[in-house]
Design a protein around this ligand. Structure first.
Ligand code: SPV
Ligand code: MG
Length: 431
């Protein structure tokens, strides 16, 4: 009996797949591969159903004899292990993002003495509608909120970029880069207090109130599906924070990060140049405990942000605080620094990981921006937040355009910096 391999990324098994399976069955015994959520979401939407459910569905399809997990976009490992005579695929991947994967598969099959069989891919109008509605569901609060916890299971650090409006959030949602055979995208969005204040022309001092911050979140939620991490500043009064937690959960935010400062908060990147007071450990632990007790969903995360390095209190203080906050129930620790090199962050992470292997660690490499995600991951970091880069890149572009119009008394010279009218009109398609 010849061996046939087909890999599945979709969580909707439709008649097109069944046609493919029936044709493949004419060539031999079928092993079906199920791509992990991590692999699927690197080039398609995040699956609505779990890996386990998708395995179960495939196991129960006539003609499928075995089901295996495919944990890479590439077929290399699976081919080494299975040595199939045939790999079957729809013919819809000859161009586009998956074309390099197809090419590498063909080369490896040639070396192993196998063959790629491509059959016409059939996809009906009604399936397009179903796909659209699945995409919409991913953005609903109950589907969005738990996803951050699931993404934290990935064997890589999560990449998070700031969003301060619907439009900037769409950029985070859709940005993609192909690098070294990998398709990269952002995993989640950071609703930064700095950016949410700056875009409103206000300083980052907890002046923009929670009602306004929730409006920003709502704008973002309306047009995107990726999980949201909310910058909760100090969390405010404990008596207020418990309400904030519930409001954030209700709208579908996945995590809030609160920093251990008290009184008038200033942005951390001022460091000791601005007067800032660190909260005492016990009071901040009480805030964490109150927030955890108030939350209504099990997946919502309250991440405690340690400001000891910012306020030059040293690593031992940072470690003592981080451990106390975890003991108080914090779902993760964010450690912040304004050094130009990542040394103090890496040193903290190494020391923290000696006694705590599991609590998620979050960093914000704004000043120490030469460090790469993989180096941070090697030191135990789970989430890397690019906290202010969209607003910092948008502002100089807008400023330059205003200047050029003034200098020339007309807009012609500014046009080269601007998107075309046709493009802006169709940038946001109607539903
Ligand atoms: C923010 O983005 O608002 C932050 C990160 O809190 S930082 O500006 O570095 O303090
Ligand atoms: Mg902030």
């Amino acid at each position: 009996m010849k061996k046939v391999y087909i890999s599945f990324s979709s969580d909707i098994i439709h008649s097109g797949h069944i046609n493919l399976i029936n044709r493949a069955a004419e060539y031999g015994e079928i092993t079906a591969g199920v791509m992990t959520n991590e692999v699927v979401s690197s080039f398609d939407r995040y699956p609505i159903t779990s890996l386990e459910e998708r395995i179960k569905v495939l196991r129960n399809i006539k003609h499928i004899s075995h089901v295996v997990v495919q944990d890479s976009l590439y077929y290399d490992d699976i081919l080494e292990e299975l040595h199939p005579d045939y790999v079957v695929h729809g013919d819809n991947w000859r161009t586009g993002d998956l074309a390099p994967i197809r090419q590498r598969l063909i080369e490896q099959l040639a070396r192993q003495g196998g063959q790629l069989l491509e059959f016409p891919y059939t996809y009906s109008e009604s399936l397009t509608g179903l796909e659209h509605s699945m995409q919409g569901k991913l953005g609903l609060p109950d589907a969005r909120r738990p996803r951050l916890q699931r993404l934290l299971q990935y064997d890589r650090p999560l990449r998070v970029l700031e969003a301060h409006s619907g439009l900037s959030a769409l950029i985070v949602e859709h940005a993609q880069a192909k690098k070294g055979g990998e398709i990269r995208s952002f995993d989640a969005m950071w609703v930064s207090s700095l950016c949410d204040s700056t875009v409103k022309g206000k300083p980052d001092i907890e002046l923009v109130d929670i009602t306004s911050r929730l409006r920003t979140i709502d704008e973002i939620m309306e047009v995107t599906t990726k999980p949201i991490i909310f910058d909760g500043d100090t969390g405010g009064l404990i008596e207020h924070f418990v309400y904030t937690v519930q409001s954030l959960e209700r709208v579908g935010v996945s995590a809030v990060i609160i920093e251990d400062k008290i009184g008038l908060k200033k942005n951390s990147l001022f460091g000791t140049e601005a007067h800032q007071t660190q909260d005492d450990i016990e009071h901040f632990c009480e805030k964490i405990r109150a927030g955890k007790a108030a939350q209504r969903t099990k997946e919502f995360m309250i991440i405690a942000r340690v400001e000891s390095l910012i306020l030059e209190q040293g690593q031992e203080d940072a470690l003592a605080r981080a451990r106390a906050y975890v003991a108080a129930g914090a779902s993760g620790i964010m450690i912040h620094s304004r050094q130009k090199t990542p040394d103090e962050i890496l040193s903290f992470c190494d020391a923290f990981r000696q006694t705590d292997k599991t609590t998620p660690l979050v960093v914000v490499p704004t000043t120490f921006n030469s460090v790469r995600e993989d180096e941070l991951y090697r030191h135990g970091v789970n989430v890397v937040i690019y906290a202010n880069h969209l607003i910092r890149s948008a502002f100089p572009a807008m400023q330059r355009t205003a200047q050029v119009i003034l200098e020339n008394g007309r807009a012609l010279e500014a046009s080269e910096n601007c998107m075309g009218i046709g493009e802006i009109l169709t940038l946001i398609p109607e539903q």
